[in-house]
Structure formats: structure tokens, C-alpha cells
Design a protein around this ligand. Structure first.
Ligand code: UDP
Length: 323
């Protein structure tokens, strides 16, 4: 019998790529998504596949989740409220939903010892100034009045819940801290920088660089991330471990704006916008973020296949035909 697996958030940006890849590998894939951030469009092309089942529903519906887990052999838990803009606008939902949904998944999976991979975030490191972020590094968070740190805290709580279920209930689980994943299908709705810049450049609107533009990020292609999420699940010794996964190609946001402008051949101006004008409430940016790839290389020989420039070209081509 084909192995049945469950993906939460499988209609989302990363989830839809994971779904497609697993279907191509011959898995029987069930997806649950409430389509709050994900979109039916992302999985439209998969609906006719024989081994695919999509359920629109809420993780908070425990009976539904129990039914979905009945014959499930693996769970990738990707569903989350995320994106800095969304978190700043809906701090309560973001904090509550992220913790409650992860707890539901972990507790139900633990009852049946179903292996789970949970996706965490580079945000858990907060504003730790020591780069690259080693998995064992300290977490440094700012003023609690800034909603951003609530998201970081929720992700850290989720990791701790996973570890609790691992230690006390022997739940086989893997924690993956994702660093700035990009690719076609990612929308600017949650404020993510790459789709925002690309859309601005293509529509010849000003490219909005927040702060002084010296803050850095490392962007990784969604295809590379999906490969790692599948390989980790197939790697026995990865269970019980936490991994940074991303790229170590670091770029300043002002340089990213210039690169997007160049690749789109846009006439857009590049504007520096003070954070105060972007957010109504206190906001603190993470000034630098970079994963340590030492551990993930050691475990699964991970290496991103796409450079930032290659990913941007794919994203721009997609945006030209889809927006
Ligand atoms: N950013 C920006 N202009 C935008 C959106 C974001 O300059 O229109 C900056 C943002 O302040 C941050 C970086 O881009 O320094 C990455 O933001 P994103 O929300 O994509 O990811 P995260 O901050 O969660 O790493």
C-alpha cells in the first residue's frame, strides 16, 4: 500500500511544493488547510491526482484531525500564521493559533507515535548579534510591547512543546528552523520582502526599503527547502534533532532592491522608509540573520542548488504571468 502522509498548511506557499514533490515520489498525500494564508490556486493543478486528498478545515477541529491521522504514517506540520506584517496586525491570533495548532498536532501524533516534522523559524534567535546562528545559540528578544517578539516566542514555545513530547511521550519529531524561503507562488500579502519588491518593480511603483537598508537576510529557494524536508524525514538519526535550514548567501536589503530593479529592468525609484512610517506600534527589526549550515550538512549533506539570482529570475517570470 502507498504510504499515506499528512501535510498541514499544504495549500500554502511551501506546503504546495512539498505536496507536489511527495505526490511525484508516489506518496499518498492528504492536505489540511484553512486557506487563510494558503490558496486553492496553489494546489488546483494537483486536485485530479489519484493519490491526493485536500481537506479545507481547521486544526482546532480535533475530531477531524483524529480522522485525518487514522492511517497517516508521517506528518509535516507547516500550517502557521506568519509574515511580519500579518503578525504586527494580528498579534493575538498569530500567538494563539500558532501555539494551539502545534499543540493539537503534537498531542494527537504522540498518542499514535506518528513521526512529525515541525517547521520553526529563524525568528526564534531574535536579535542575537552572533552570526551564523548555531542551533544551540541563545535567543535574544526585545521589548515585549513589540508584537514581533510574540511570534518569535510562539515559535520557541512550539519547539519546546515538541521537545516535551519527545522527552516525555517518546514522540519521534524533527524541528526545522527555516530562514527566509522564497519562490514563485509566495505572495506579498504578509509583507514578505522579495514578492513585495518584485511586484513594486514590475508595476513601476517605488521599491520600499525599510530603515536604512543595511539589514541583511539569506534567502533560500523553496525547491531546496522541500528537498531538505523530505530527506530529513527519511533520515532516522535526524529524529529528536533541531536544524537550521537555509542559504548562507547574505545580502543587505538595499542591495536586494537594486538587484530586483536590475533583473526586472524597472524604472522604479528605491525609497528608504523609516520603520515608524510602516508600523503603528513599536517595531524592532532583526538587523542580520544567517543560518549555520554545519549541522544540516553533516546530517543530510544539504547544499542549496539555487543562487539568489536564479531564484529571483524564476520569481520574476512567474510574477509577470500571474499577477
Ligand atoms: N523589508 C523591506 N521592505 C519591505 C518589506 C520588508 O525593506 O517592503 C525588510 C524588512 O524590514 C526586513 C527584511 O526586509 O529587514 C526581510 O523582511 P521579511 O518580512 O521578508 O522577513 P523577516 O523579517 O521575517 O526575516
Amino acid at each position: 500500500m502507498t504510504k499515506r502522509v499528512l501535510i498541514t498548511g499544504g495549500a500554502g506557499f511551501i506546503g504546495s511544493y512539498l505536496t507536489e514533490r511527495l505526490l511525484n515520489l508516489g506518496y499518498n498525500v492528504w492536505v489540511i488547510d484553512n486557506l487563510s494564508a494558503g490558496s486553492a490556486k496553489n494546489i488546483q493543478h494537483l486536485l485530479k491526482r489519484r493519490n491526493f486528498r485536500f481537506v479545507k478545515g481547521e486544526i482546532s477541529n480535533k475530531q477531524l484531525m483524529k480522522n485525518l491521522m487514522k492511517h497517516t504514517t508521517r506528518i509535516w506540520h507547516l500550517a502557521a500564521t506568519m509574515g511580519v506584517r500579518r503578525i504586527m496586525e494580528q498579534p493575538l491570533e498569530s500567538f494563539k493559533n500558532n501555539i494551539e495548532s502545534t499543540h493539537t498536532i503534537l498531542s494527537l501524533a504522540a498518542n499514535k507515535k506518528i513521526p512529525v516534522l515541525i517547521t520553526s523559524s529563524s525568528e526564534v534567535y531574535g536579535k542575537n548579534p552572533y552570526l551564523p546562528f548555531e542551533e544551540s545559540a541563545d535567543r535574544i528578544y526585545g521589548n515585549i510591547q513589540s508584537a514581533r517578539w510574540g511570534y518569535a516566542l510562539a515559535k520557541a514555545v512550539n519547539e519546546f512543546l515538541a521537545l516535551g513530547y519527545l522527552w516525555q511521550k517518546k514522540l519521534p519529531c524533527i524541528i526545522v528552523r527555516l530562514f527566509n524561503v522564497i519562490g514563485p507562488r509566495q505572495t506579498s500579502a504578509s509583507g514578505m520582502v522579495v514578492p513585495t519588491f518584485v511586484q513594486q518593480a514590475l508595476s513601476r511603483k517605488p521599491i520600499t526599503v525599510y530603515g536604512d537598508g543595511t539589514q541583511t537576510r539569506c534567502f533560500v529557494d523553496v525547491e531546496d527547502i522541500v528537498s531538505s524536508l523530505i530527506t530529513l524525514m527519511e533520515t532516522k538519526k535526524a529524529f529528536g534533532e533541531t536544524f537550521d535550514v537555509g542559504s548562507d548567501e547574505e545580502i543587505k536589503m538595499i542591495e536586494l532592491a537594486r538587484l530586483v530593479k536590475k533583473l526586472t529592468k524597472s524604472s522604479s525609484d528605491i525609497l528608504l522608509i523609516p520603520y515608524k512610517k510602516v508600523y503603528n506600534s513599536p517595531f524592532e527589526d532583526v538587523m542580520r540573520s544567517k543560518p549555520s549550515l554545519t549541522k544540516i550538512r553533516k546530517f543530510i549533506n544539504f547544499k542549496p542548488n539555487f543562487t539568489l539570482k536564479e531564484s529571483l529570475k524564476k520569481i520574476i517570470d512567474y510574477a509577470k504571468t500571474n499577477f
